[in-house]
Design a protein around this ligand. Structure first.
Ligand SMILES: NC(=O)c1ccc[n+]([C@@H]2O[C@H](COP(=O)([O-])OP(=O)(O)OC[C@H]3O[C@@H](n4cnc5c(N)ncnc54)[C@H](O)[C@@H]3O)[C@@H](O)[C@H]2O)c1
Length: 366
């Protein structure tokens, strides 16, 4: 198969869909890989390294799309890419269709085969191509939170680890899933006092078993959240209800009860956020302040650490890329229920049930 790796077109996105290690695997099996010139630079991979492992470098994104049977990338195609995608071409990437009717319409019109990383689902309900990005975002949440707690950037002026004779900072983590556990682990490693809340007692039992004693678990109720927001310096929002908007666990009135300079890192902002006052921000302008509380709400946090994120993502996507290249999309998807769940739009039709109900009437009329 001919596989194309375009340079990402989204603002501030430096990840790339395939590393030289992936190129080597594909070319060893007789496939052709075209990489757009400069596509890997932001993640530390030069054209020369890709060429060394068997890729051919093409100058423009137009050439990559025109010459490839399958496109492997990171973020959803942006409008300039829409006309480059053609009938029957496989596009394997994060799409997040539910958040963009324009993208959904464009991909229906293209008649391409759109396989979305975010809906590839294991039989146990886990999302293997989302997990590594949640791991990155959960760990980053503490780095960012620690930074914005510093006074020169409007924070409260608290060092999360404290020092001998001075108590550590207090971190409240909402949700004990992938983001929450990674955040709690980083915060605990810094020596912070950590409280983690969830509604799933199995998760809380697990956290209680694996975390050090300065990580407290508690059931996530409005009463407990109200109690804790008053006393914590950094709050990390990592809740998810699959297929739904994040519940607003921190309401506007709670902000007034928080310490001035406290920081909220709402990782769940890509699902609408679990804080009433959250709205998506970018790496260029990551924070805003309401009622003296610093809000960090970047919707693509892993994009800031492309060296790590590209490796973490391609570790999990490569086996599927290899299968798609070896067998073609139809056989690869019929052989593997996990990958089949990734099919969202095929030959102009929405095939993913969760997406059918998002904007059905408008799409039928269009
Ligand atoms: N901003 C970013 O760059 C970025 C990156 C990666 C992931 N995310 C987002 O982070 C969020 C969390 O992802 P994840 O992989 O950790 O999900 P996950 O499914 O692993 O964990 C979510 C947890 O939230 C818990 N939860 C549900 N309702 C709750 C409530 N009322 N109170 C407390 N906990 C509750 C669930 O029980 C679960 O344990 C998602 O919205 C995901 O899209 C954002």
């Amino acid at each position: 198969m001919i596989v194309g790796i375009p340079k990402e077109t989204k603002n501030n996105e430096s990840r790339v869909g395939m590393t030289p290690a992936g190129v080597l695997e594909l070319t060893h099996k007789g496939h052709t890989v075209y990489v757009q010139s400069g596509a890997g630079i932001g993640s530390g991979f030069t054209n020369d390294v890709y060429e060394k492992y068997g890729a051919e470098i093409l100058d423009t994104i137009e050439e990559v799309y025109a010459r490839s049977e399958m496109i492997v990338k990171v973020k959803e195609p942006t409008p300039p890419e829409y006309p480059l995608i053609r009938e029957g071409q496989v596009v394997f990437t994060y799409f997040h269709f539910a958040s963009s009717e324009k993208l959904t319409r464009a991909m229906i019109d293209s008649k391409a085969i759109c396989i979305a990383y975010e809906t590839v689902e294991d039989t146990d309900g886990t999302l293997p191509l989302l997990t590594p990005m949640s791991e990155v975002a959960g760990r980053m949440a503490i780095q960012q939170g620690a930074k914005y707690l510093e006074k020169p950037v409007k924070g409260k002026g608290v060092l999360l680890g404290g020092v001998p004779g001075v108590p550590p900072g207090r971190v409240l983590v909402l949700g004990a899933g992938t983001v929450g556990i990674q955040a709690a682990k980083m915060a605990a490693g810094l020596g912070a006092h950590v409280t983690i809340l969830d509604v799933d007692m199995k998760r809380l039992r697990y956290v209680n078993d694996i975390m050090p004693p300065h990580v407290m678990t508690q059931y996530s109720s409005e009463y407990n959240i109200r109690k804790h927001v008053r006393t914590h310096d950094l709050i990390v929002g990592g809740v998810l209800i699959k297929g739904a908007k994040a519940p607003k666990l921190i309401t506007r009135d709670m902000l007034k009860t928080m310490h001035p300079g406290a920081v909220i890192v709402d990782v769940a902002v890509d699902q609408g956020g679990c804080v009433e006052t959250s709205k998506p921000t970018t790496h260029e302008d990551p924070i805003f302040i309401i009622d003296d509380v610093v809000h960090y709400c970047v919707a693509n946090m892993p994009g800031a650490v492309p060296y790590t994120s590209t490796l973490a993502l391609t570790n999990v996507t490569l086996p599927y890329v290899l299968s798609l290249a070896e067998k073609g999309w139809e056989e690869a998807c019929s052989d593997d229920m996990t990958l089949q769940k990734g099919l969202n739009i095929v030959n102009g039709e929405i095939v993913y049930d969760g997406l059918k109900s998002v904007f059905p009437e408008k799409l039928e009329m269009a």
